[in-house]
Design a protein around this ligand. Sequence first.
Ligand SMILES: [Zn+2]
Length: 227
Amino acid sequence: MSPASSTGPNAPDAHAHGVPGENDEVFRLWNIGDPASPVSENCFFSAGIHPWDAGKYELAAFVPLFDSPRCLAIGECGLDRTADAALPLQMKVFEAQIVEAVRRGKPLVIHCVRCFPELLRLKAAQNDDAPAWVIHGFRGTKRKAFDLLDAGCVLSFGAGLLRDAGNMEYFAEIPPDRILIETDESPELFGRILAEAAAMHLLSPSEFASIVRTNFKRIFRHDPVRT
Ligand SMILES: [Zn+2]
């Protein structure tokens, strides 16, 4: 049995791109970055303007998606120093999405590349009871991880955990209740990422899956059961 099937539908994938598969037994939070893209029935999603697309879309076009009960989070959105769009414009688009998230009490799924000081400043300006900030596809040093955790963020780990396991030994020190697992562009890696994460925490994949499911339920206010 593959790790994915042995953990069954209990472990959610917190961030995925692509088209929901008919026989996919993993619950995934699909990312919608284009307001014109069709949304499959029964699919739960996050929606928002990626920093690479700052200036490309009007935020107003996303409002019907934000208001959908199937929209569990705003994003992915955020800041990226390597993107073509100018940082002040990215900042404006991101801040507008923070406002949309707070207004609806929905968490943010955040893409952040080389802008962590700016991100931490924005986070510090939020109320303690503001919706969660999920840092998607987190990779980086222990210092960076713990700065984000200290600021109250949740870290979502993906394929970087497989590639950088040697550099991310601190993963075992991250409080399990602040971890999500995601596949981003590689849905087929879900079982491997979950198994690696579980092993680093000295847990079985099913034990780890149940922790991740509890976290998902608390953060996104939705029980991740495949329907
Ligand atoms: Zn993504």
